[in-house]
Design a protein around this ligand. Sequence first.
Ligand code: EPZ
Length: 424
Amino acid sequence: MDKLRMLGGTPLNGEVVIAGAKNAALPILCACLLTDQPVVLRNVPDLQDVRTMLKLLQEIGVTVNFPDPADPSHLVLSAAVIKSSEATYEMVKTMRASILVLGPLLSRMHNARVSLPGGCAIGARPVDQHIKGLKAMGASIHIKSGYIEAETNPTTDRLKGASILTDMITVTGTENLLMAATLASGTTILENAAREPEVGDLAELLVKMGAKISGIGSDRLVIEGIEKLHGAEHSVIPDRIEAGTFLCAVAAAGGEILVKHCRPETLDAVIAKLKEAGLQMEVGPDWIKASMQGRPKAVSFRTSEYPAFPTDMQAQLMAVNAVAGGSSTITETIFENRFMHVQELNRLGADIAIEGNTAIAQGVEKLSGAVVMATDLRASASLVIAGLAAQGETQVDRIYHLDRGYDRMEQKLTLLGAKIERIK
Ligand code: EPZ
């Protein structure tokens, strides 16, 4: 397994270009199942999770072409022929976002067999709301030997529009039901819908494909189902979490960086907290110039659904708090076990205690390098940030977690002057 080894203490300086958003690309790739015509995508990030999703789609029958073999961010998907409506356990267990083929397959093929995603390091992560919504749209669904077996009403053969209120705000739940509703007969109303920008980006693509959706960006989506969708071209929005991760890196390690190709308006809560921490920022239409002189100030925060502070940035800002002046409380309200990075940060000399879903961090002057282990995607990013700020050498093991959601992180950090290398 690959490791990252770094020598901390060097401030970051230079430019970093942000890739397309992983959590927009994954549902957007599944949307191609809704039409038999080609969908052309640009700015798709070159990530392990994207490669996993493309493999799953190819097993279902989607053809994937790269017009320019040297450019993995530009691809053409065609679901003209679907040869299987199944997503096997082998596929789904490596990436729970595979559940996103359920809605499109059911809507296009009128049946689907998708393995229940197991839990993962950060929580049980059930999909009961996905199932509840599809049942409301007339699907008959049975759970058999770990698989979701779904089919539409054999007589009408199509899902029917319904009014659905999910028990909690769910990002992929909203995305699954949104995709299913585009081809249902009648109107679907999704109340309590997720407002994450990645949901909006998926909706923008679906509208380009001919879908009739209103309320995009709000917590109430209204979809008027139609018979067929056609192909479209779309460029995936920049990854707000990757951008936020680099902002936290410079806040912890010091220096001055220019973050390019990002959408600052999707980072309001993160920018506000980092400003409070003392990060100087100048914000342009698609760039953020950030500089940190001296030590960050501790900032307390709690995660919540968009537009509030994102859970996917919790571990990264905790790494900043680990070296900040003062103490801070960090409350995680979305997942039940998203503090796996705390023990590893403490191995680097941090002073963080956990009380239920709240972590209390006493900032320390200096972390000291150590061997630490990544446990999940954003925890890995947190450990890299802490390693950049620590004195001496840090080694982060199991960075396959990092590779799921970041496109060559160590190369981008090297361009910013960090002393970091990948050990195969
Ligand atoms: C999406 O996961 C993201 N993944 C996650 O990003 C992100 O952390 C999460 O949304 C929250 O923003 C993708 O978009 C591929 P949820 P998702 O359904 O959709 C509970 C990363 O780091 N829930 O919004 O799986 C659930 O247990 C990843 O890039 C149910 O109980 O999250 C959680 O507590 C990690 N039943 C809460 O709701 C359901 O049917 C929010 O989950 C669905 C969700």
